[in-house]
Design a protein around this ligand. Structure first.
Ligand SMILES: *[C@@H]1O[C@H](CO)[C@@H](O)[C@H](O)[C@H]1NC(C)=O
Ligand SMILES: *[C@@H]1O[C@H](CO)[C@@H](O)[C@H](O)[C@H]1NC(C)=O
Length: 165
């Protein structure tokens, strides 16, 4: 089982977490906003209802599990993959990448979902920059197997291969 951390429980973060749990992964969803964290399970249920109505979901039990956490360190300390999906703001992402890469395992891949920011700039203060990468999920995330991978200036070939499974 792969251990995944998703940072940010906005529209995208919740869908990424749901998609990963649907595929049987253990997902830790981090947000510093407790009000938003508390709404996660309702949002997941809404997504399940939507998928059922679309005929996309035959079994409404996700095999994996989602844990909502408000401490960054708890969310990432055992992660194999971290998907960052917070607001598209450079200083916020730079700060998050610095903190995450200090407390996640050294081989953990840390991916940003940025739409328009420079990945090399986002990871400026990160440690082990070669395991960072841009990885974008395409809306509505569920049932879209393709992701868009954008290497940053420091991304290693190994990180891209692992990112592609
Ligand atoms: C926290 O999340 C709630 C619900 O999504 C939102 O209404 C509120 O503005 C957020 N608070 C902050 C400080 O971002
Ligand atoms: C749905 O998934 C659960 C948990 O894996 C399983 O116990 C159950 O039999 C499944 N139901 C159907 C209809 O496939």
């Amino acid at each position: 089982m792969v251990c995944i951390a998703v940072l940010g429980c906005g529209l995208l973060g919740v869908k990424i977490a749901g998609e990963m749990a649907y595929h049987g992964h253990k997902v830790k969803l981090y947000d510093s906003n407790l009000t938003a964290l508390n709404a996660v399970y309702d949002k997941i249920e809404e997504d399940k209802e939507w998928m059922k109505s679309e005929g996309l979901l035959s079994n409404n039990t996700f095999i994996g599990q989602i844990y909502c956490l408000s401490r960054l360190e708890d969310a990432v300390k055992h992660a194999d993959f971290v998907f960052e999906a917070v607001v598209d703001d450079l200083p916020i992402k730079q700060d998050l990448f610095e903190r995450v890469t200090q407390c996640c395992p050294p081989n953990c891949i840390v991916a940003t979902n940025t739409l328009r920011l420079d990945i090399t700039a986002i990871v400026e203060r990160a440690t082990n920059k070669e395991r960072t990468v841009g990885l974008r999920f395409l809306y509505p995330v569920y049932y879209i197997p393709e992701v868009e991978i954008t290497p940053g200036g420091f991304t290693s070939g190994k990180t891209i291969e692992t990112g592609l499974y």
